[in-house]
Design a protein around this ligand. Structure first.
Ligand SMILES: Cc1ncc(COP(=O)(O)O)c(C=O)c1O
Length: 268
């Protein structure tokens, strides 16, 4: 088995998705590992062969990932000196994506940062990237249901998707680009794009410049492929939307829209 270690490293990401500080609930503190491995060495049926870290998600500065790798490589070396047969290091996930289009380190930069640190150990490396692969693969498509002018001149664009379909803006103050699916020929406005739920936090984007839409227009909330559908909920008895797989010019419904009957089927 592998031990999840907490290296006390600040991922410099949002606090809710940082997992590698000693104040976070994850992993075994570095200074407690040796005592534990010593105890396990006498336990039958348990063999510690790996060390695991995951210091957080949406990490767009490579330094925390570099420091975490250094910490686990030197811990592995100490444990091997103690006679432990460590054969792999699991460096977790965490490599972020650019939600707003600014440049962030990619997989090549990550590899270039890691290799000099891990190579000399000779250990097998396991990586668990999630968001970096999945986020750009998905978009949440929402239809405008109403356009409401605010007294201050701004506008609320009310769409039929919200925090129940994509909770990231509400949960982490996350920014997602929101673009019209088809060009809209209209004056530019500044708008908050909000969902239909009875919560002020049900907001997908604030102060966005966009052409004034009409009810019925479609907008795409980009990079919704990770921590989107999996965090969706039936809050307020909202039913989950359909999921559509797009492959070139082909598309297929891979998960049908949920119905009220689906929700009621669980009731006794
Ligand atoms: C242990 C572990 N590995 C990998 C990941 C994937 O992280 P990310 O999607 O940020 O790459 C997570 C996400 O929570 C995780 O908890």
């Amino acid at each position: 088995m592998a031990l999840r270690v907490n290296p006390d490293i600040d991922a410099r990401s949002h606090p809710h998705i940082s997992t590698g500080l000693k104040t976070n609930k994850f992993g075994i503190a570095l200074d407690a590992v040796k005592e534990l491995t010593h105890r396990f060495s006498k336990a039958e049926g348990i063999e510690i062969v790996g060390l695991h870290i995951h210091v957080g998600s949406q990490i767009t500065n490579l330094d925390p990932l570099r420091h975490a790798a250094q910490a686990i490589v030197s811990l592995a070396s100490e444990l091997r000196d103690d006679g432990l047969a460590i054969d792999h290091l699991d460096l977790g996930g965490g490599l972020g994506v650019s939600y707003d289009g600014t440049a962030v380190p990619g997989a090549d930069d990550y590899a270039a940062a890691l290799i000099p640190i891990v190579k000399e150990s000779g250990l097998a490396i396991v990586l668990e990237p999630g968001r970096n692969i999945v986020a750009p693969a998905g978009a949440l498509v929402a239809r405008v249901v109403d356009v409401k002018n605010r007294p201050d001149g701004k506008v609320f664009v009310i769409v039929d998707a919200g925090m129940t379909e994509l909770i990231r803006p509400m949960l982490y103050g996350a920014f997602h680009r929101i673009e019209p699916v088809e060009p809209i020929a209209a004056e530019e406005i500044t708008a908050d794009i909000v969902g239909p739920l009875c919560e002020t936090s049900d907001t997908l984007g604030t102060d966005r410049r966009l052409p004034r839409p009409k009810p019925g227009d479609l907008f795409a909330v980009l990079d919704a492929g990770a921590y989107g559908a999996v965090m969706a909920s039936n809050y307020n008895r909202r039913t989950m939307p359909a999921e559509v797989l797009v492959d070139g010019s082909q598309w297929t419904v891979i998960r049908r829209r949920q119905t009220i009957d689906d929700l009621l089927a669980l009731e006794r």
